[in-house]
Design a binder for this molecule. Structure first.
Ligand SMILES: Nc1nc2c(ncn2[C@@H]2O[C@H](COP(=O)(O)OP(=O)(O)OP(=O)(O)O)[C@@H](O)[C@H]2O)c(=O)[nH]1
Length: 300
């Protein structure tokens, strides 16, 4: 029998990436898809939306869904919505990747592990192994994790360096149901350019302002014009109070200018064309207070 006689099995399906805040889910998604789609920062809970990153290979199409980090402490409406989205993401997927931090298995990891559906493959990705040189610590973590639930596979990875990420990708692909691709092979995400623009601006905002960023601030795209070789974007950074404005603007507007420049450069790379970005600050008091107003901003 020659290779060409071998029946070609094609697999496709959804892979949920879940885990507590800050373990590196977005970094992993970006690494797998090879493009900057999901925002990353040192600040927990910067991911608030489900984002599909799509990997198309000859044998499989994997549609990754990034979820907001599970917030295991109780909180306001924003946290309730984030938690609901995260559980739902896992339940909607064919394969679940639980990401934890190699530096330690925490009670929060344990609670999330137990929330995950029992009737589909769950893989444990122990991320940031580059930060833990001692093997004994990893073994201890594996023992703790596997004592709390069974995993289909346990894979130590580094989303940052890419170590063992291809293996994780293969293990996910092998567990998807047989079927044709669900998306065009050229697409990287089911999110619109408009959505990605808001996410990238938000990432720059979080990075530039660190702990100073007003926690509930978000970004609203007020204009998104798609021209043949140009995108014109007007975006507002929404803050809670007038008093927070100087923090975002910086002295002489220098901070917001830098945020805009960095976001524009990333957007130009992502869209492959020139981007005119106008960024401004708006006070929108009480936007995070109700689930209804969250829905209005696209939080499911
Ligand atoms: N050393 C190391 N750091 C990593 C690795 N992967 C991610 N990080 C860092 O961990 C931090 C959090 O990464 P994110 O990808 O934003 O984490 P997340 O889980 O998506 O966070 P939330 O959006 O809060 O749920 C960032 O500073 C990353 O650079 C890794 O493999 N090694």
């Amino acid at each position: 029998m020659t290779d060409s006689d071998t029946p070609v099995v094609h697999r496709s399906g959804h892979v949920a990436i879940v885990g507590r805040p800050n373990v590196g889910k977005s970094t992993l998604l970006n690494r797998m898809v090879g493009q900057k789609l999901s925002i990353t920062s040192d600040r927990p809970q910067t991911t608030r939306h489900r984002i599909a990153g799509i990997v198309t290979r000859p044998d499989a199409q994997l549609v990754f869904i990034d979820s907001p980090g599970y917030q295991t402490r109780s909180g306001g409406a924003l946290n309730r919505v984030l938690n609901r989205t995260a559980v739902q993401v896992a339940e909607d997927a064919d394969v679940v990747v639980l990401v934890c931090d190699a530096r330690g298995w925490t009670p929060a990891d344990e609670r999330i592990a137990k929330l995950l559906p029992a009737d589909r493959p769950v893989l444990l990705a122990i991320n940031k192994v580059d930060a833990v040189p001692e093997k004994a610590r990893l073994i201890e973590l594996v023992n703790k994790a596997t004592a709390c639930r069974a995993f289909d596979e346990v894979v130590p990875i580094s989303a940052k360096t890419g170590r063992q990420v291809p293996l994780l990708l293969d293990l996910c692909a092998a567990r998807l149901p047989e079927g044709p691709p669900m998306y065009d092979p050229d697409s990287l995400t089911d999110r619109s350019e408009r959505f990605l623009a808001a996410e990238l601006i938000r990432e720059k905002l979080f990075r530039r302002l660190g702990d100073e960023v007003p926690y509930d601030s978000t970004v609203e795209i007020e204009l998104f014009e798609e021209l043949p070789k140009l995108r014109r974007v007007h975006a507002a950074i929404l803050i809670e109070r007038e008093g927070q404005k100087p923090i975002v603007l910086g002295a002489g507007g220098e901070r917001i200018k830098r945020i805009a420049t960095e976001a524009r450069q990333d957007l130009e790379k992502l869209f492959g064309c020139k981007v005119y970005l106008e960024l401004f600050v708006k006070v929108k008091s009480g936007w995070a207070a109700t689930e209804q107003s969250l829905r209005a901003y696209g939080y499911e």
